[in-house]
Design a protein around this ligand. Sequence first.
Ligand code: NDP
Length: 300
Amino acid sequence: MTATVIDGKAFAAKVRGQVAEHVTRIKEENGITPGLAVVLVGEDPASQVYVRSKGKMTVECGMNSFEHKLDVDTSEEDLLALLDKLNADPAVHGILVQLPLPGHLNEDLVINRIDPAKDVDGFHISNVGLLSTGQKSMVPCTPLGCLMMLRDHHGSLSGLNAVVVGRSNIVGKPMANLLLRDSCTVTIAHSRTKDIQEVCKQADIVVAAVGRAEMVTGDWIKPGATVIDVGINRIDAPEKGEGKTRLVGDCDYASCAEVAGAITPVPGGVGPMTIACLLANTLTACCRANGLSEPEGLTA
Ligand code: NDP
């Protein structure tokens, strides 16, 4: 079998188009422009690239983008004061603090200072609690993107066996909660899981969020299963020339694609969906803040 490729890049473009359409409508009908504030502390090159691309896509969707770039040695007090200001600003509907933060800043304290209604990353402890109790919340962008692709591919997920490899707070755990909410039978595997290959082999859906290049291979996958590869790993690529690198996922694409029914590639799978879902979450937060109907199909 050769797997169907789930094209995250095309799907993300569609989601961004839906967001843009909805934004145009609420601008015209309600005179409201959704706004996303992104806070970057320090000059980590990867974070700078992410922030730039988030800002660009926010504007392309017709929303306001507010970028706050702070020095690497910004004090916790100053950062918290900025968040208080953004929490109180009615033009700001979503707030994202780019992680990781420099070591002297307490990430939990900072994230939990964001108004949960504006927490478009879905990391605030209130949103974590709401999601795990099945209530309306802001949902972390990467798992939301995975869920959208799975729903689109399968229709109903009810009754399917899903294995999430990885138990991080930003991907693995919220992903498992979302799949449970869609009535999958969910197993979370991690570094201490015994016979992880056999565990994965039982799954109709495998979501790999591990951070280990090409760890999941085709012989872990049940024939016809769906593989969602969250991983982003940079490895040496001598075939492209000396010192060159390339991006790979947590799944070995070639061997998994031979067995799976469907698979997301890296790059071009989950990655683009993450930013699209950030924009969708900002729109959702804006609609909720203003008592407007939420965009259909763009929330969990
Ligand atoms: P973390 O490092 O926070 O978590 C990794 C998880 O994988 C842990 O739960 C760990 O288990 C588990 N793990 C590690 N080694 C093994 C192993 N050998 N066997 C089984 N489980 C293992 O990573 P994140 O969740 O933040 O990210 C995971 C991957 O997803 C990374 O490649 C990251 O770059 C990528 N990512 C991609 C995004 C996107 O937009 N596409 C967004 C966010 C992340 P334990 O808890 O036992 O240590």
